[in-house]
Design a protein around this ligand. Structure first.
Ligand code: HEM
Ligand SMILES: *[C@@H]1O[C@H](CO)[C@@H](O)[C@H](O)[C@H]1NC(C)=O
Length: 518
């Protein structure tokens, strides 16, 4: 007789079976739900996706390059799914204009990200803030005061001193006939400039503190550029696979400690100054503390707001400006005739007896063209990232609310419909076009600083640092790599600010017996 009692084995297989059927049901309901949601939505063309991760696997290590390749197959407007987020990618000047100009207000938000929320004190910051009344207030402050013409003018000596300091070092290196790591030197330069502009005295008083500040900024930029799984795959939100949260938390603590120290010191100094009624050029921290203590101000700035803004300026302004100068120098080493042509221009306008300076730049159109051409081929922020706040129709396609927008600035600068021989580094193209083509977001085939209200508020400052520094390096030195044999490797590496795969290590060879009078 057969036993009718259930055995352990039966229970096991029963459990497995019911688990399997649950899984099937869940999958089916997911698919129908997805189908129902997207049935009436006409999205831009899209490659095949994998469940859960969507198109994440297609991004590779260098997303702007991977998306450029996809756009060559699927067109200048595509939709992809990165984990649980729908994204659209614009890769031509025409589509960029549709999003950034025609539908500007629908695409003026920034998507939330874990890094942003950590590094920016929740939502106390400016660069990652949604398009809100706080953002509008900060934007106004930034353009009229913090990074406005008058402040930049007053802080000119800071930029000048830092450029002269690096030039002196380069003359020493040249005398010794040594190589120098220009990637490192230029990031020190921009870091010092921004640090001194933001909180002048603190950054120069104490080498140890300045070095710590530099390290913090370096790490912040690195983390901001790292791809964080939790931002894309919903169920990873509270997991910390990559050890990310820990590093972020540590970093934020260090930054906060540094800022608190600086602010405390600053307030004591300000008190002393008030007592002795001295007038000293104001740095960004002074300006913000003034506003914070002004009872009539339109909005009350908190300590968090101030710290977050300083952090934005560091992350936004340091690496971006440094990489731009490094890429320009690398291009000039590979094509010395361009360097010589730029030097001829400087010699004609400035001569050889004094060092070129910021106020000479308007008279140096070829030098300006070299920087524009650098920004076209090597935009330090290769993709502009925004988020839509409402459903809209673009080129006949539906773009739902909360869709992430990626504008591939890097691909747009290489669009053969708008640039002849797009891969050649040829500053002359800007001279031929004439004065009209600038980089401030009016021309949608050249968008290194973005466009519209959310465009980069540091554009003027960025040009004030990159152009004079490059001009001085051109005026005084020839540059050699590998003892003068071979070319600079122009491969890009992974990261937020278009880093080079290899740092630029080269040798300055002075063409003047000593540094011209500064
Ligand atoms: C070569 C140097 C630089 C490049 C290529 C660059 C590029 C950009 C780009 C593409 C954006 C996004 C624009 C958009 O969404 O339309 C941006 C935003 C921003 N940049 Fe820059 N930038 C540079 C230098 C600077 C400097 C020197 C500062 C400040 C001192 C700065 C501060 C910012 C801030 C705060 C934002 C966020 C603005 C907002 O969210 O409204 N940038 N930058
Ligand atoms: C050059 O500087 C970069 C940036 O600071 C650094 O990552 C790299 O390791 C340095 N390379 C050498 C060989 O010193």
């Amino acid at each position: 007789m057969k036993a009718t009692t259930t055995t352990i084995e039966d229970v096991k297989s029963y459990l497995v079976l019911s688990l399997l059927s649950c899984l099937c049901l869940w999958l089916i309901s997911l698919i129908t739900l997805h189908w129902r949601r997207t049935r009436n939505v006409h999205l831009p063309p899209s490659p095949m996706a994998i469940p859960i991760i969507g198109h994440l696997h297609l991004l590779g290590l260098i997303p702007h390059q991977a998306l450029h390749k996809l756009s060559l197959c699927y067109g200048p407007l595509i939709s992809i799914r990165l984990g649980s987020h729908l994204c659209v990618v614009a890769s031509s000047p025409e589509t960029a204009k549709e999003f950034l100009k025609t539908h500007e207000l629908s695409f003026s938000d920034k998507p939330p990200s874990k890094v942003a929320s950590y590094l920016t004190y929740g939502s106390a910051d400016f660069a990652f803030a949604p398009y809100s009344s706080y953002w509008r207030y900060m934007k106004k402050l930034t353009m009229t005061q913090l990074l406005g013409g008058q402040t930049l003018e007053q802080l000119l000596p800071v930029r000048r001193q830092e450029i002269i300091r690096l030039m002196k070092k380069l003359f020493e290196i040249s005398e010794k006939g040594e190589d120098i790591n220009m990637s490192a030197e230029l990031s020190k330069l921009t870091n010092n400039v921004i640090c001194r502009m933001a909180m002048s005295r603190t950054c120069t008083k104490n080498d140890f503190e300045a070095e710590e500040a530099r390290k913090i900024v370096e790490e912040m930029t690195e983390l901001a550029g790292k791809f964080n799984l939790a931002d894309f795959v919903g169920f990873c939100k509270n997991l910390d696979f990559q050890g990310f949260d820990k590093r972020l938390e540590d970093l934020l603590k260090r930054f906060d400690k540094m800022m608190e120290g600086i602010m405390k010191e600053k307030q004591e100094e300000r008190q002393k100054e008030r007592d002795t009624s001295q007038e000293i050029a104001k740095d960004l921290l002074d300006i913000m503390l003034d506003i914070a203590s002004d009872d009539d101000a339109e909005m009350k700035l908190t300590r968090e707001n101030i710290k977050a803004f300083i952090q934005n300026v560091f992350v936004g302004g340091t690496d971006t400006s440094a990489t731009t100068i490094v890429w320009a120098l690398a291009e000039l080493i590979n094509q010395p005739t361009i360097l010589w042509k730029a030097r001829d221009e400087i010699n004609t306008v400035v001569g050889m007896n004094r060092l070129v300076k910021e106020s000479d730049i308007p008279n140096l159109p070829y030098l300006q063209a070299v920087v524009k051409e650098t920004l076209r081929l090597h935009p330090a922020i290769p993709m502009i990232i925004r988020e839509s706040n409402e459903h809209c129709k673009i080129n006949g396609y539906d773009i739902p609310a909360k869709t992430r927008l990626l504008v591939n600035v890097w691909a747009i600068g290489r669009d053969p419909n708008h640039w002849s021989k797009p891969l050649d580094f040829k500053p002359e193209r800007f001279i031929e076009i004439g004065k009209g083509l600038d980089v401030r977001g009016q021309h949608f085939h050249l968008l290194p600083f973005g466009s519209g209200r959310r465009g980069c508020p540091g554009t003027t400052l960025a040009l004030q640092v990159t152009q004079p520094m490059l001009a001085a390096m051109i005026q005084c030195f020839d540059w050699k790599v590998n003892n003068g044999h071979g070319m600079v490797d122009m491969t890009e590496g992974p990261g937020f600010t278009l880093p080079r795969a290899k740092p630029l290590i080269c040798r300055p060879v002075a063409i003047l017996s000593q540094m011209p009078i500064a």
